[in-house]
Write a protein that binds this ligand. Structure first.
Ligand code: BDR
Ligand code: CA
Length: 310
């Protein structure tokens, strides 16, 4: 088993919470830091939620607070799915012993940890990519210290905020495009795959009944999102951020293609679209990888077996 250093850059966020709970149970991931960003809700709330989830993870992982808004735009949030508290309205059931966060800003921590990691660092980014954009702007040599970046964001086809854009990219398209252009291979787990990585109400209930408070938390935070997805006509709730975390650790149940990806930053109707050459005759420079499919049965089994671990 290949264990490698990771930073999880996130905006918890209900599926971010599920992703962090899973990540803490994956032996492949040596989580060096959690960095927070404004996205689903404001950064004070995503950071407060990260502190709760760290307690649930049972690990003293450093947390660094990041950007409170996108680089060049007004912040767009997603309370509709995540609740005003970004935690699906769930009261965290435990008293926390450690509520400290690191003094460094997220982008400075990313650079320092990247330099300390001898070129092995993998960044898993499951919120808007603002912290990465700022880190790249501030530190020209950052790309040479990062092995790869795995993101939840974008889509070759469609969108969930607009018909052409997925939320994490839509919120900060400029930062996302800087990331795609920085020279580090980016692995994009977008809506193409994450809508296929869903859990049904029954599967979520099974996880909630596994016997750990983490399993119950995983189930409970997802209930508001599940309700929305069922209203929208889906069979279950998309496990957007968990898909990226599972992919980073083991891509064997996923389908991946080497492609070109850039982000539209100017279009009125298409701002935030991840333009890919997956389905086009004309090719772009192949700077990235797009994840298009997952064996859902294997995905569900993996999530269940990870959450069953004590
Ligand atoms: C992404 O947007 C957020 O609302 C979720 O946490 C996920 O990262 C899905 O489009
Ligand atoms: Ca997220």
């Amino acid at each position: 088993m290949n264990r490698f250093p990771v930073i999880i850059d996130c905006d918890p966020g209900v599926d971010d919470t599920a992703a962090l709970l899973l990540a803490s149970r994956m032996e492949e991931l040596d989580i060096r830091a959690i960095t927070t960003v404004a996205g689903n809700v404001g950064v004070d709330i995503t950071t407060a939620n990260a502190i709760k989830v760290r307690h649930a993870m049972g690990k003293d992982i450093p947390i660094y607070k990041g950007a409170d808004r996108p680089m060049f735009r007004q912040l767009v949030t997603a309370e509709e799915v995540h609740g005003n508290d970004g935690f699906g309205g769930v009261e965290y059931p435990h008293e926390m012993t450690n509520t400290e966060i690191g003094e460094e800003k997220a982008w400075d921590a990313i650079y320092r940890i990247a330099k300390e990691s001898n070129g092995e660092l993998v960044i898993i980014a499951v919120g808007p990519m603002t912290n990465i954009g700022i880190a790249l702007s501030k530190y020209n040599d950052l790309p040479k210290y990062i092995k790869r970046i795995v993101i939840m964001g974008g889509a070759a086809i469609g969108g969930n905020v607009t018909p052409s854009a997925e939320f994490n990219i839509y919120v900060d398209p400029e930062s996302a495009d800087m990331m795609f252009c920085c020279g580090v291979p980016v692995y994009m787990c977008g809506l193409d795959v994450t809508l296929k990585a869903y859990l049904t109400p029954e599967e979520l209930d099974e996880i909630g009944a596994l016997g750990s408070f983490q399993g119950k938390l995983f189930r409970d935070v997802m209930q508001g999102g599940l309700k929305k997805y069922l209203e929208w006509g889906f069979t279950g709730v998309a496990m957007h951020d968990p898909a990226a975390v599972l992919y980073a650790a083991d891509d064997s149940i996923f389908e991946t293609h080497h492609v070109g990806i850039r982000v539209e930053t100017k279009g009125q109707l298409t701002a935030g679209k991840t333009v890919t050459d997956l389905y086009s005759d004309k090719q772009m420079e192949h700077n990235a990888y797009i994840v298009t499919d997952v064996n859902r049965e294997a995905f569900v089994n993996k999530v269940k077996s990870l959450m069953a671990k004590f």
